[in-house]
Design a protein around this ligand. Structure first.
Ligand SMILES: [Zn+2]
Length: 207
């Protein structure tokens, strides 16, 4: 049973204003903002202030906020490195491909477990024409350029291909399964429609 004294103690636990996220030996400071209007975690790298902001629903546990930021630490690193006036630190395509591989594999494993499917192979390629594909033999492949998209889009593409392991088509049953596993489906599809092409320009611009 909680005594009034204990209750006050819990209430007074100060919430940190930021989280320090470590990735590949780098520490990223992520500002934490609670918002009663947000229903999911959102990460943003702000160009003007050169910092990272994590917006969290008011009641989401701090632990979940930290886990979310940690899961997307590679994305944070890439985004910070790509801020306009840090030209000298612009990551190489090799670095991006490696980071993409780690993020995509983690997302695929998460959705494979949730959906109950087992991918045979996960390949990350320099695919230009498509973001991802699923073969009839259970192999999934993805474009490494996904690392340049927001985390929810990378997550969605992983879920999209994993769901094809169950239904190798775009039937209504497929979309039902996918939307259940990935509530961001429509949001991500819209993002890809609007911004999709710019991800492909990245590689082309390097010549
Ligand atoms: Zn598909």
């Amino acid at each position: 049973m909680k005594t009034p004294g204990m209750l006050r103690l819990f209430e007074r636990q100060p919430e940190p204003a930021h989280l320090d996220i470590t990735h590949n030996g780098e520490v990223y400071r992520v500002a934490l903002k609670r918002s009663p209007r947000s229903r999911r975690f959102t990460l943003r790298v702000r160009t003007a202030t050169r910092d990272v902001l994590l917006t969290a629903p008011t009641r989401a546990p701090l632990k979940a906020a930290r886990e979310f930021a940690e899961r997307h630490s590679a994305w944070i690193g890439v985004r910070l490195a790509r801020l306009p006036h840090l030209v000298a630190f612009e990551p190489s395509a090799d670095f991006l491909k490696r980071e993409a591989g780690k993020d995509i594999e983690a997302a695929v494993k998460r959705y494979a477990k949730a959906i109950g499917a087992t991918p045979k192979r996960i390949a990350v390629r320099d695919t230009v024409s498509r973001w991802g594909s699923c073969s009839s033999t259970g192999g999934l492949s993805f474009s490494w350029r996904l690392i340049l998209a927001p985390p929810f889009v990378l997550d969605y593409l992983a879920a999209h291909e994993v769901a094809h392991l169950i239904h190798l088509n775009h039937s209504p049953r497929y979309w039902t399964l996918l939307r259940r596993a990935c509530p961001d489906t429509d949001r991500a599809e819209n993002w890809l429609k609007v911004h999709g092409a710019s991800l492909h320009r990245f590689g082309a611009a390097r010549g």
